[in-house]
Design a protein around this ligand. Structure first.
Ligand SMILES: C[S@@+](CC[C@H](N)C(=O)[O-])C[C@H]1O[C@@H](n2cnc3c(N)ncnc32)[C@H](O)[C@@H]1O
Length: 346
């Protein structure tokens, strides 16, 4: 499914003349824009960062740490609003800080993503702006910074701060905005952990190593602590990596956290892989991403190991997995989620 908002921004990225910034997240991996020397890109997705660098863009990967940019120094900031409100608020605030007076912020997004509300908040902050409605659902907004100092910051809940965000009887999880389901325990992941023993008992011997594929803040990894084995956690998102590292520091887990897209660059094989794969890639439902997760599990799974996936009932994960695995079997479901066991031929 293609995004109707991003193409509205492309001309502003192409025509940017002085020092400008393109903030990009979600999976705009199909974008093919000629690099513009006047523009730097900042993204929180490792795969997007690699893609942009390959195309010749000056791109930075971080949890939207814009401290590398001086106050009042930019001519233009271009931003396709994010799915998560607090990320969008943080980036509009930072755009305001970085723009010079007279500089412009160009944003686009859909009505159901709150673009109209973002526009009116950004207008209070920057001082001036207008919108154009491109079609029934998609809006483009051009804002100009005329306020030199404004009190109208958007509430980003202290975006950069890692904090105790949720807990259960075993752990207090540290997380932050920008991480998948940052302030709660995901119900699917909890279901996997409740039934971990049903997976483990199908292994010929206790696992010696584990991989948490798409780790988020590290919920699944922390809940493997009792197995007393080395755990590798990996994710594509810079905020997730920060949060997971923090949780690994706080508990006695023999683990490492590796930024990677679908475990690319990790060469080790594991006896146990746990995974709650992403379903949405940005604004679209991306079947291909599920496929890439299954393939990554295949490539990283030891011959006698098992991969334990939890997904929504409607994801045809067993069918997708049959392409790579000898066995792909739903071992349990609760009406909302299913637990799927994947293994090689031994
Ligand atoms: C459904 S969440 C599960 C998070 C965590 N395991 C949990 O149980 O709370 C899926 C995770 O996959 C990550 N992800 C998305 N695309 C990815 C990619 N290409 N490579 C690695 N991780 C990715 C997301 O950032 C997110 O943290």
């Amino acid at each position: 499914m293609s995004d109707s908002a991003f193409p509205l921004l492309a001309p502003y990225i192409k025509s940017a003349k002085a020092k400008s910034l393109w903030l990009t997240d979600e999976n705009l991996l199909d974008t093919n824009l000629q690099p513009n020397e006047s523009v730097i890109c900042i993204t929180n997705r490792l795969d997007l960062h690699a893609h942009l660098q390959k195309q010749g863009w000056k791109a930075f990967f971080s949890d939207y740490d814009l401290s590398i940019i001086e106050d009042n120094s930019l001519e233009r900031v271009v931003y396709r609003v994010s799915k998560e409100k607090l990320v969008t608020h943080h980036l509009i605030n930072e755009a305001y800080r970085c723009l010079r007076v007279g500089g412009e912020l160009i944003i686009a997004g859909d009505k159901n993503e709150g673009i109209k509300t973002y526009f009116s908040k950004a207008k209070k902050l920057l001082g001036m702006g207008e919108t154009s409605k491109v079609d029934r659902d998609t809006w483009l907004a051009q804002l100009t910074k005329i306020n030199e100092s404004s009190e109208q910051r958007l509430d980003d809940k202290d975006y950069h701060q890692l904090r105790a965000s949720c807990a259960d009887e075993n752990f207090e999880y540290q997380s932050k905005p920008g991480v998948f389901g940052w302030d709660k325990v995901d119900k699917g992941s909890a279901y996997l952990i409740e039934n971990l023993d049903s997976f483990l008992m199908t292994l010929p011997e206790p696992p010696k190593s584990a991989l948490d594929l798409g780790c988020g803040y590290g919920y699944l990894s922390l809940n493997l602590t009792h197995l007393d084995i080395p755990v590798t956690a990996t994710d594509n998102n810079a905020a997730a990596i920060r949060a997971c590292e923090r949780n690994f520091d706080r508990y006695p887990i023999d683990g490492k956290v590796i930024p990677a897209s679908c475990a690319q660059g990790i060469s080790e094989k594991f006896d146990l892989i746990v995974c709650n794969p992403p379903f949405h890639a940005g604004f679209s439902i991306d079947g291909d991403l599920t496929d890439r997760f299954v393939k990554a599990a295949h490539d990283r799974l030891h011959k006698r190991g098992i991969a334990c996936f939890v997904t929504n009932m409607h994801i045809p994960i067993e069918r997708k997995a049959k392409k790579y695995f000898h066995q792909a079997e739903c071992i349990m479901s609760n009406g909302n989620f299913k637990l799927v066991r994947l293994s090689h031929k031994t």
